[in-house]
Design a protein around this ligand. Structure first.
Ligand SMILES: [Ca+2]
Length: 148
């Protein structure tokens, strides 16, 4: 009797672990990258420098369909960002999502294309918020579905 009960407890525990990691929960991937400085206007220049972690970062694409991005600048001020993808290979992004400091919601992305997050040396496009980009960290959370 005691043995049956403990086996049941183990099975229930196993079921909880499995459901927490697979069924119903979207797999996530977290990428972190450092940047130095904000990027000036000019699409080609932005692309090249982001590849070096200057004025932006390049995050490897995968099977995921959404990404949430948070930028923490070392100065502590919100920075203007654009989450982009170049799906045609010409260095000019077709898909862009502008935000101030963080995306606040998962952004739809094309799977298997790198995500370039540009850091702008410009104010956030929000009233009463002046952004300043110095150096900092970009954290991107990739999800298969629209999970938070
Ligand atoms: Ca393009």
């Amino acid at each position: 009797m005691g043995r049956t009960r403990s086996v049941s407890a183990i099975l229930i525990g196993l079921a909880v672990v499995l459901s927490g990691t697979s069924v119903g929960a979207a797999p996530t991937r977290v990428e972190e990258a450092s940047y130095l400085g904000g990027t000036p206007p000019g699409l080609a220049l932005r692309w090249v420098l982001a590849d070096k972690g200057v004025g932006g970062v390049v995050l490897p694409g995968g099977a995921e369909r959404f990404v949430s991005v948070t930028v923490e600048d070392d100065m502590g001020l919100p920075v203007a960002i654009s989450v982009t993808q170049d799906t045609t290979g010409d260095g000019v992004p077709e898909r862009t999502f502008d935000a101030c400091g963080e995306t606040n919601r998962p952004v739809s992305i094309q799977p298997n294309y790198d995500v370039v997050v540009y850091i702008f040396q410009a104010p956030c496009n929000l009233p009463d918020v002046s952004g300043l980009a110095t150096s900092g960290t970009v954290t991107a959370t990739f999800t298969r579905g629209r999970a938070r």
